[in-house]
Design a binder for this molecule. Sequence first.
Ligand SMILES: Nc1ncnc2c1ncn2[C@@H]1O[C@H](COP(=O)(O)OP(=O)(O)O)[C@@H](O)[C@H]1O
Ligand SMILES: [Mg+2]
Length: 243
Amino acid sequence: MARSRGTRVPVLPGETVLRLDGVHQVYGSGDAAVHALRGIDLTVTTGEYIAIMGPSGSGKSTLMNILGCLDVASHGSYTLAGHDVAEMTENELARVRNQEIGFVFQSFNLIQRMTAQANVELPLIYGGVARAERARRASESLDRVGLSARAGHEPVELSGGQQQRVAIARALVTDPTLILADEPTGNLDSRSTDDILSILDELAAAGRTIVLITHEDEVAKRAHRVLTVADGLVVHDSAAVAA
Ligand SMILES: Nc1ncnc2c1ncn2[C@@H]1O[C@H](COP(=O)(O)OP(=O)(O)O)[C@@H](O)[C@H]1O
Ligand SMILES: [Mg+2]
């Protein structure tokens, strides 16, 4: 990637954020090979809020890992913010994961024994942001998810819904190009689920690009576009139907 650390190319509404062409993913080899993705084509533009649905084993997490640059596809191309992911070095992939993508996981993945504030600052530490700026941006991010009053609390002192709000604040703090959420409400009761979905609604309304994996209809219907995956292929795309 040509961009140096800290500089960002603004991505305008309706511009392509990412594009997958003929993406395959094979785990293992020979008789043991599992063909988890079998030719995924997908274009996501700025400001889209997309839900990916599909039965267990259909390839959702595999797709998420590729979108998040945690894994590189065994075949096909993936372009993120104009850059070919297959050509990136490990350092560039790490930079993209740190600065271009905000991850939200089912199990929150917060660091225990660190305050909410410190958890939210972490991506900025990796990104080399100075201390005062880190503190300011983390506070702003916690404020955005309504958790300013809990900034000094550790994860064990927070409810599941509050922990997920901290995780969303952490995902937002780098001002990422893309927010990726894998079953973000999977461990939450219905009230906390509502809170998290409302926050995602607000982020989408503010122009954020969100790709969310879920098996719950109630969650998927909040998104603007729903993709259904089965056996490693996109078998339904609500945008294609609407077009
Ligand atoms: N690391 C791995 N090694 C081998 N097979 C895997 C691995 N990860 C996923 N798979 C297989 O790939 C297929 C898709 O899995 P996954 O993407 O986790 O589906 P989903 O998230 O939709 O449940 C499944 O058959 C699964 O067993
Ligand atoms: Mg999965």
